[in-house]
Design a protein around this ligand. Structure first.
Ligand SMILES: *[C@@H]1O[C@H](CO)[C@@H](O)[C@H](O)[C@H]1NC(C)=O
Ligand SMILES: *[C@@H]1O[C@H](CO)[C@@H](O)[C@H](O)[C@H]1NC(C)=O
Length: 386
């Protein structure tokens, strides 16, 4: 009995000295109640090995880790939040996070990672948010994300991706928002987004896409919001957008010069369409999206003549809010489209147009008509008379 108590006292002493040894590493500050450890800006080249095993949140931002070896965090298996921002990380080795089955949030932003290997994220079976923005990712190897079945949000913005291969995001069975903005994407494989059955929001703005990848996008049955702004697209053809649940589509700040009236005929639930800051001179009524509430044409060189009348009429009947202003003809210049009466959208005779051109100083907001425009106006006038 006495022996036993002595042994247990010894054991307790031994345990407490282990806990003692595992208390705060000298470069870090620790909060024993919240179970957080913070080692920020210490130029650490490796993960401190004496961090308390029961730590939940570990913040290592602003260090100099360079490479994350296999099992880098095997001594802290209860982590839920891990911040590795700005750690000069070049490479994440296979199995670096393997022991972190409780991790919910992993922040690897502002590093120098260029390739996502097959097993880089192995073991992160509870992860919900993965920040990989502001790296140098140019390649996603097959199976890079297969273990991330609970991930909701993946941020890959500000990287160097040029191409998304088939099945790149395989395994993301709960993904809601995929952020691929500000890369150099100019191509998406037909099956690039296959398997993302829960994705509701996709951000592809600020890339180099020259056309709408209809086939690729039609593999996204649940997407409601698609941001494609700031891509160099010039034309959107018939049935380009074939997305059954899409409600919000951002096609602003592109180079659209023309858009087929059937371009959105396969996006039946579209309610908000942003076409602001393109090169559209006019637009026909859009066939298909019956729920359309707002059509943003701000910053387009809209020429408010008889060719715009069908759109104006359609917007009135359907109760679509039109945003944007006319650049011409002069008497309607800067007039909000929404406040122009359909009957004021007229085409005049050649004589009137020529007189007007002669009087009009060419300015940036009201470019002089081309010959073709004059022809169109005249024929429009003739057509209206018939
Ligand atoms: C950080 O560590 C590296 C390598 O250990 C060393 O070369 C560098 O001078 C250190 N920088 C600072 C600011 O301490
Ligand atoms: C329309 O586009 C302009 C310019 O891009 C933007 O500032 C504005 O917020 C947009 N309006 C709506 C209602 O989306």
């Amino acid at each position: 009995m006495v022996l036993f108590s002595a042994a247990s006292i010894l054991l307790v002493l031994a345990m407490s000295s282990i806990v003692e040894a595992n208390t705060c590493p000298k470069e870090c500050s620790c909060d024993g109640r919240k179970l957080t450890v913070t080692c920020v800006g210490k130029n650490l080249t490796e993960v401190p090995q004496t961090i308390d095993e029961i730590t939940l949140k570990l913040d290592l931002r602003n260090n100099n880790l360079q490479e994350l070896p296999k099992g880098a965090f095997s001594l802290t298996p209860y982590l839920t939040h891990l911040t590795l921002q700005r750690c000069n990380i070049l490479r994440v080795k296979e199995g670096a996070f393997r022991s972190l089955g409780r991790l919910v949030s992993l922040n690897l932003a502002y590093n120098k990672i260029d390739v996502l290997y097959q097993e880089s994220f192995d073991g992160l079976s509870a992860l919900k948010e993965l920040q990989l923005d502001h790296n140098r990712v140019e390649e996603i190897r097959p199976g890079a994300f297969t273990q991330l079945g609970f991930l909701n949000m993946l941020a890959l913005t500000h990287n160097q991706l040029v191409y998304i291969p088939n099945m790149a995001f395989q395994g993301l069975q709960n993904i809601k928002w995929l952020r691929l903005s500000r890369n150099s994407l100019n191509n998406l494989a037909p099956e690039a987004f296959t398997g993302l059955f829960t994705l509701s929001r996709l951000s592809l703005d600020h890339n180099e896409l020259q056309f709408f990848h209809t086939q690729t996008m039609s593999r996204l049955p649940e997407v409601t919001r698609l941001d494609m702004s700031h891509n160099p697209m010039t034309y959107l053809g018939e049935e380009s957008v074939s997305m059954v649940k899409l409600t919000h589509l951002y096609l602003d700040h592109m180079s659209l010069q023309d858009l087929s009236d059937q371009a959105l005929s396969r996006a039946p639930l579209l309610s908000h369409l942003d076409l602001s800051h393109n090169q559209l001179r006019y637009l026909e009524p859009l066939k298909g999206p019956y729920e359309l509430k707002s059509l943003n044409l701000t910053g387009n060189p809209l020429y408010c003549n008889c060719f715009m009348r069908p759109l104006r009429e359609w917007a009135r009947v359907r109760n679509v809010k039109l945003l944007g202003a006319c650049v011409g003809p002069p008497h309607l210049s800067q007039e909000p489209l929404q406040s122009v009466a359909p009957l004021d959208l007229r085409c005049r005779s050649r004589g009137e147009v020529l007189k007007e051109e002669f009087e009009l100083e060419p300015t940036e907001s009201a470019p002089p008509h081309s010959e073709a425009q004059t022809e169109r106006e005249v024929s429009g006038e003739l057509r209206l008379r018939c």
